[in-house]
Design a protein around this ligand. Structure first.
Ligand SMILES: [Zn+2]
Ligand SMILES: [Zn+2]
Length: 288
């Protein structure tokens, strides 16, 4: 492992502020990849920072939520120098119509040096789906499509067309029989049932893999050192526009280079993209 100078994590006590079995994806990776001494805090309840099943809304951004978990981890482990937390976000893809996007981040903070690193993984095919059901038959068909019971699902009462967990909520459904019973109960109470994939990591195998990939990205960023000051986390953070048009040579909005910038000393390295010129379709002179 390369020397990370003043920012080394080797042998430091770390608190892994995660629930829902995420330590299975991250614990060994953090110990082997960074040399951390990883502890799981007793009595952590990350659900208070927001749940996927809507009982508790998540405040702020994904990064804010991960930082709040990190603060909670430090509260529970006064000796830890380092805390790690993860956060997932799921929804429609911002750029591709009809596509879904799952974005996992794993955030590390060393409070003795101020080093913060963020590992990321974008999953273009997250297991993220929902359906309305008026009875067990429709529910079981949806369950078969999403890979239940390895992939978990939750049942919420559907009130006036909107899922309402205050009216009915069952998150602990392990079998087809339990699913049928939950749907009958929701329909009896609310008129219809809303089914959705359980996004908690221990009930979403696809998500567990994505969290692990975000963890691998975190280790990769830790090992990527600034060539000037050796601070970890030297990675591409900026896109530089201006790739020249292949017809007229004027700069376009297409990416010319990707830049890595050090958060410590500001050292900047630009790496040109493999393509030398942009399509005239992207040029405001040739294709105004
Ligand atoms: Zn042009
Ligand atoms: Zn630097």
């Amino acid at each position: 492992m390369p020397a990370a100078g003043d920012f080394t994590l080797l042998g430091k006590r770390a608190v892994l502020a995660t629930m829902h079995g995420k330590e299975r994806a991250l614990h060994a990776l953090l110990e082997r990849g960074m040399g951390l001494d990883v502890h799981l805090p007793a009595g952590l309840d990350t659900d208070r920072f927001g749940t996927f099943s809507r009982e508790i809304a998540r405040p702020g951004s994904q990064l804010d939520a991960a930082r709040a978990k990190i603060a909670a981890g430090f509260e529970l482990d006064g000796e830890a120098s380092v805390a790690i937390a993860s956060e997932g976000g799921f929804g429609p893809h911002p750029a591709l119509p009809f596509a879904a996007l799952g974005r996992e981040i794993v955030v590390l903070l060393d409070r003795s040096t101020g080093l913060e690193l963020v590992g990321r993984h974008d999953d273009l095919q997250p297991v993220f789906a929902h359906a309305a059901a008026d009875g067990p038959e429709a529910a079981l068909a949806f369950a078969a499509r999403i890979g239940f019971p390895a992939q978990g699902l939750i049942v919420i009462g559907l009130v006036n067309g909107a899922p309402d967990p205050a009216a009915y909520l069952d998150k602990d459904i392990e079998s087809a029989g339990a699913l049928a019973a939950a749907v009958r109960a929701a329909v009896t109470q609310c008129g219809a049932a809303h089914l959705e994939t359980d996004m908690r990591a221990h009930r979403n195998p696809n998500r567990m893999r994505a969290i692990r990939r975000a963890g691998i990205d975190l280790v990769r960023r830790y090992r990527s050192l600034c060539p000037t000051c050796a601070r970890p986390g030297f990675a591409v953070t900026e896109r530089v526009a201006g790739l020249p048009c292949s017809w007229c040579g004027s700069p376009t909005q297409a990416t010319r280079a990707r830049a890595s910038v050090c958060a410590g000393c500001g050292w900047r390295v630009e790496q040109a993209v493999a393509t030398a010129t942009a399509d005239p379709g992207e040029c405001e002179h040739c294709n105004p």
